[in-house]
Structures are given as C-alpha cells and as structure tokens.
Write a protein that binds this ligand. Structure first.
Ligand code: AMP
Ligand code: MG
Length: 404
C-alpha cells in the first residue's frame, strides 16, 4: 500500500500535458499557456497621463502656490485615444485626460483640482504635481519581452493582460476530456428519486459531484452513465471512455464481490499501476491505464470519492492541462479541535478555516468525520492532513491542509 502523497506523485509523473492548440482569447479561461507570450508592444504604448489635468513643464510649475499662481497658455486638448498635436515649450500647457498620450516636451501633469480649469490660459496654484503623473512608456510590459510565461494558468487577470498586448489567439494545452464511468446496480439518477423514496435505489450522487469536480479542475466531464455491476457492461463503458484523455471510474474497486472494475481493466489488457492507498477516507483507489489513457479508479463511498478526487484526479487533470505544479497545494493551519485517530493511516479531516490574529488560520472540525457524512464535507473549507505517524491530533497542533 502506498502513502497518499507518493501515490499522487506517481500519478502526476505518469501523465503528460496534452498537445498545444491556439484558442481564441474568449475561450482560454482555466487553460495553461503552452508557450511564452511575447508582447509585440510596450505597455503602456505611449507615455500617458495618470490624471485629468494639464501637461506642462516641471520647471514652469515648481514654484506655483496659492499666493503666487503660475499662468500658462493652453495650446491643445487631448483625450485618451487621440494624439497631441502640439509640443510643449516653456510657458505652455495642454489639457489632458487620464490615459491620454503626454505631448513632447511635457514632463508632468498638474491635476485639474489645482488649477482654475481654464481653456485659453490656465492658472496653476500648487506645485505638488511638479515632475509627477506621467506614466512612462513600457513601465508595465516592455516591447518584445515575455508578457506571460509558459505554464501560467489563465484566469481573469491573465486574460486582461493578454488582451492588452493584442493576443487574440492564445497557445494553450488542449482542455482535457475526462470520462466518468459510474458503477453500481443500486444507483439511479436524481430524476428517479421516487425509487429512492420507495427504498429501492440510491442516488448516484458521485455522478454529479465528480462532474462538478472535473469542471472546477479545468477539465470537461463526459458522462458515460451509470453502469450495472456486470463485468461486460463495465468493460464496454471503460472502453468507450478510453476515447477521453483521462478515465475516472466510480466504485466497484474494493475487495467486495462486485469488484468488476479491476477485472474489466485486465480483460482490456490495461495496466494496473497500484491499488489501495494508506489513507482515510478512501483506501480502495486504483491507478493504471487503458488503451494508453490514464485511468483512476475512485471508491464509491461519496466522501471517499470526493477526497480521493482532490488528492489524485485533480492533480492528474492539472498535469494534462500542463500546469507545472500539479500536486495538491498545501497551506499551514493550526488545529482548533482535537481528534483521536483509530488507525495508523494518513487522515484527511473535513475542517472549516478561520483567520487568526497571528499566524496560520485556525482549523475547526466541520462536523462528524465518519465516511458517510456528506454535510460535514459540504461545510468544509479544507482537508486537514494528519500524517500516519502523527497519532492523535491535539488542539494547537500545526499541520498542513488542502484547500477545497
Ligand atoms: P462500492 O465501492 O461499490 O462497494 O460502493 C461503496 C459505497 O458507496 C456503497 O454504499 C455504494 O452504494 C456507494 N456508492 C457507490 N457508487 C455511488 C455513487 N455513484 N453515488 C453515491 N454512492 C455511491
Ligand atoms: Mg458497488
């Protein structure tokens, strides 16, 4: 049996980023840059004004005051998106809007509040903006320099920057398609809840939870439906799912009598790299490949399914996306509760986080930790890691957690 973080590292190491494709800027959210993006322009493109006011020469306004205002002749008026028509010499000023290019010869912008707002001549009554309020060309991004590096995960801020440097198409790794095969004779979709009420079936909550997890990890879920506990049906579904970039199966991977998944993988001449991980919840977990595609066999228990997805499938999807640090991100927390562990396995506890006045956030148990309790998972902010050799958790213990 593997330790959980060794198992996650094995999975990440076995998975390669998908091929690069160019996608429109509007379609790159959540994807990862496959190449550096070099900016063809300086940003800002021109020295421009940080204020609404008057562009002029520092020498002219350095001694302006309320008692001794300075009068300049206004020769031009420039807005953002237009170019100044006149250079600025001694005694001259240009009315200027925030973001508009600063005319040649001007080296500062006096804010409009420090003037009389004149259009022919302007009286300046404060020197505080002398030498200020000009944003230099290229201060944000230099021309022909790397605007964003390969491996950058693209979100709102990165997408704004790409737009600013004119990147209408973006080189990214293709979005992973993740096939989800849910198994179990007892399962029905939520539309058949009347059968659940009749005591005949249970809802396949994993079908919905896993699809949402795949989406939040940056993949596109492809649902291969609920498959009965029948080796042939399972085999056919897994084979269909192997058209995807990653295969996730749910349940049927334990030592129970209905353990069809591993047999189906064997019959497909797939590879089983490992099975079972020393952790709670979620010990039965399989990793291997089918038809050359990575396969992760998650346990059926909904809490275990969620936790093992976060530990193993999310990193796998991040690796397919081309993210350089695919392993689960850990943060340090301080335990605000005690918890007695019953077996020497790595425990992942459902906790809520609270900011502390000093030091790391405080982690409180989100509720009962039994593997059937979904509500404590739904309340949790993080999974607190109690390593196998740590023993019982005491209040005040400093431990790592994975944000969920
Ligand atoms: P198994 O791994 O098939 O033994 O399933 C373990 C437990 O998880 C059983 O109680 C199943 O009913 C439950 N389970 C399996 N699959 C799902 C699913 N898709 N949604 C919710 N519960 C499930
Ligand atoms: Mg089952």
């Amino acid at each position: 049996m593997l330790e959980p973080f060794d198992a996650a590292a094995t999975i990440v190491a076995a998975i390669h980023a998908l091929p690069a494709v160019d996608v429109p800027l509007t379609g790159c959210d959540g994807l990862v840059l496959a190449r550096d993006v070099i900016s063809p322009v300086a940003l800002p493109l021109w020295a421009n004004s940080a204020m609404d006011g008057y562009a002029c020469r520092t020498d002219d306004v350095a001694r302006a005051s309320a008692d001794a205002p300075v009068t300049l002749r206004v020769v031009d008026d420039v807005r953002a998106g237009a170019f100044p028509q006149r250079p600025i010499g001694p005694g001259l000023a240009t009315r200027i809007a925030t973001g508009a290019p600063v005319p040649d010869g001007a080296d500062c912008v006096v804010r409009v509040e420090d003037t009389d707002g004149g259009t022919e001549v302007v009286r300046i009554r404060d020197a505080r903006d002398a030498g200020r309020n000009v944003r230099p060309r290229g201060e944000d991004v230099g021309q022909n320099t790397v605007a964003l590096a390969q491996g950058t995960l693209l979100g709102p801020a990165q997408i704004s920057l790409l737009a600013s440097v004119g990147a209408a198409w973006v080189p990214v790794h293709r979005k992973p398609r993740v096939g989800i095969v849910t198994t179990g004779d007892e399962l029905v979709p939520v539309e058949r809840f009347n059968e659940v009420l009749a005591g005949e079936r249970i809802v396949s909550s994993n079908s919905y939870g896993l699809a949402a997890q795949v989406r939040s990890a940056g993949g596109e879920p492809v649902d291969f439906g609920i498959v009965p506990d029948d080796e042939r049906a399972v085999r056919e579904a897994i084979e269909r799912a192997s058209a995807c970039d990653l295969i996730i199966t749910s349940a049927g991977v334990s030592v129970g009598e209905a353990d069809y998944i591993r047999r189906a993988v064997e019959t497909l001449r797939g590879k089983l790299e490992f099975w079972r991980v020393r952790m709670r919840p979620g010990a039965p977990l399989a990793f291997g490949s089918v038809r050359g595609k990575p396969w992760i066999g998650l346990p059926g228990n909904p809490v275990s399914s969620f936790v093992t997805f976060e530990l193993f499938a999310r990193p796998a999807i991040r690796a397919l996306l081309g993210a350089p640090h695919a392993a689960p991100r850990r943060v340090q927390v301080v335990a605000a509760d005690a918890y007695a562990v019953s077996v020497p396995l790595t425990h992942f506890l459902r906790v809520t986080l609270e900011a502390a006045a000093h030091g790391p956030p405080r982690a409180r148990l989100a509720g009962p930790q039994a593997s059937n309790i979904m509500s404590s998972l739904a309340r949790a902010d993080a999974l607190l890691i109690v390593p196998a050799d740590h023993g019982d958790m005491r209040e005040g213990d400093v431990l790592d957690a994975i944000l969920i």
